[in-house]
Design a binder for this molecule. Structure first.
Ligand SMILES: Nc1ncnc2c1ncn2[C@@H]1O[C@H](COP(=O)(O)OP(=O)(O)OP(=O)(O)O)[C@@H](O)[C@H]1O
Ligand SMILES: [Mg+2]
Length: 216
């Protein structure tokens, strides 16, 4: 079957996922590779509404359980409406976060039962797994500093540029998320590539290309 490939970008806030995804898009464009890029939450019209409800700093409270289920709802819509059809069309799908983020943030970060999260992830994705997952690994404090700088530079551009609710979590939360991601990579070494992401944008870029060898 002529199926595309799903490549997901993961890691703590500010590790450089979106930056490196944009750089990869340019390379794929010059190579005439057929690809689409997307993100979670917010990869569909329904998802954009869910993203705004989840991430924008605002007055409403989001209970941890509601948060978990909203991410699952966003993902179910995303997989059915966007990811599966594009894979069926033979495209490379680049996703800025996918279900590992739920395991890392809601599981390791917030403490939801990991077996429950796994079930929910499998339900939301209809058992779809990424062909490759790039894990950008970085010191939590370096990531947070980058986000603080990003906010200063381009504060009015998009919701991405503003501090969001998760960025306001304590250091320990992000540390658990980082360790959770590393644990996931250990459990599935064939699917994950860990990319040391504390170097400059230009230093990280070739590491991404190296990790993609054999898949593109
Ligand atoms: N290797 C790097 N060195 C220094 N700054 C970087 C590097 N990579 C990205 N940045 C900058 O750090 C900020 C955060 O990067 P980016 O938005 O790509 O991270 P992210 O992982 O997508 O974050 P989020 O989890 O919030 O979506 C941006 O201002 C970006 O320009
Ligand atoms: Mg990003």
């Amino acid at each position: 079957m002529n199926r595309g490939k799903l490549i997901t970008f993961e890691g703590v806030d500010g590790c450089g996922k979106t930056t490196q995804l944009r750089l990869l898009e340019r390379i794929l464009t010059t190579r005439n590779t057929s690809f689409v890029s997307t993100r979670e939450p917010g990869g569909t019209e329904l998802g954009k509404l869910i993203r705004a409800a989840l991430l924008n700093v605002s007055r409403h409270k989001v209970e941890p359980l509601s948060e978990l289920l909203l991410y699952a709802a966003d993902r179910a819509q995303h997989v059915q409406e966007f990811v599966l059809p594009n894979l069926a069309a033979g495209k490379i799908v680049l996703s800025d976060r996918f279900y590992d983020a739920t395991t890392a943030y809601q599981g390791y970060g917030r403490g939801f039962d990991l077996a429950l999260i796994q079930k929910l992830n499998r339900l939301a994705t209809s058992d779809l797994k990424p062909d490759l997952t790039l894990l950008f690994d970085i010191d939590v404090s370096t990531g947070i500093e980058r986000i603080a700088r990003r906010g200063g530079e381009t504060a009015n551009n998009s919701d991405e540029d503003k501090a969001n609710r998760l960025d306001l979590e304590p250091h320990e939360f992000h540390e658990r998320v980082r360790q959770g991601y590393l644990e996931l990579a250990k459990q599935e070494p064939n699917r994950f590539r860990i990319i040391p992401a504390s170097g400059s944008i230009e230093a990280v870029r070739p590491l991404v290309m190296e990790a993609l060898q054999g898949i593109l």
